[in-house]
Design a protein. Structure first.
Length: 218
């Protein structure tokens, strides 16, 4: 297992509740990682204040200043080149991010549904929960996955189901899903930190020990 804290960058666009969860867990000593810096794609995002209160550097790269995913991603990658990390966590990051090749299987995202259901461009936050309730499905959940260059795609690290109740609204369902998110996302980061994630094509295998390391098999 890794003996050094995994270096993280956390990218967000909104209030930063997922960022706060990681700040809290690291502060409690329950997650062997440290947040080196954060990035916001929105100048007024609430997550900026959370980062500042925790003493974390926050870089703002406004998505509205760029006319394409490519140009925006180039600006983000310029910042990443200055501050390399072991793992990037997308935490309510509301833009497609075209990352450098060396970060393949080193960027995670969490989605509030069981991918490949209820995902893709435009499916985020309450849009997901409303679609789940409207569809009549009995189960939804959360998915942590490695990121590729498509929305809500890439090898799945962890999933956990959440029942959809007959009495649910988008708000009540969101509350229960978010509680599961707070548990599952740090667990996925923990597995990465322990070198227990092995990516075989599109499947992530979780190793019993860290002896095998984190690798990709073609």
């Amino acid at each position: 297992m890794s003996t050094q804290a995994t270096r993280l960058a956390v990218f967000f666009s909104g209030g930063g509740t997922t960022l706060q969860n990681f700040i809290d867990r690291i502060g409690e000593g329950t997650l062997p990682a440290r947040i080196e810096w954060t990035l916001s794609s929105q100048p007024g995002a609430g997550g900026i204040q959370r980062a500042e209160r925790a003493g974390l550097r926050c870089v703002v790269v406004s998505r509205n200043d760029y006319d394409s995913h490519n140009s925006f991603s180039e600006a983000v990658n310029d910042e990443l080149g200055k501050r390399p990390v072991d793992l990037i966590l997308l935490a309510g990051f509301m833009s497609l991010y075209l990352f450098p090749p060396e970060y393949k299987n080193r960027i995670m995202n969490i989605h509030p549904a069981l991918v490949p259901a209820f995902c893709g461009e435009g499916m985020y936050g309450h849009h997901v929960h409303e679609a789940v309730i409207e569809s009549g499905v009995k189960l939804t959940g959360v998915t942590v996955h490695f990121v590729d260059h498509q929305y809500d795609n890439g090898p799945i690290v962890l999933q956990k189901a959440v029942p959809v109740l007959d009495t649910d609204t988008a708000d009540t369902l969101a509350t229960r899903v978010q509680a599961v998110e707070r548990e599952v996302y740090p667990k996925a980061v923990q597995l990465f930190a322990e070198n227990r994630l092995c990516v075989v094509r599109q499947r992530v295998k979780i190793l019993d020990t860290g002896d095998g390391g984190e690798k990709e098999v073609s």
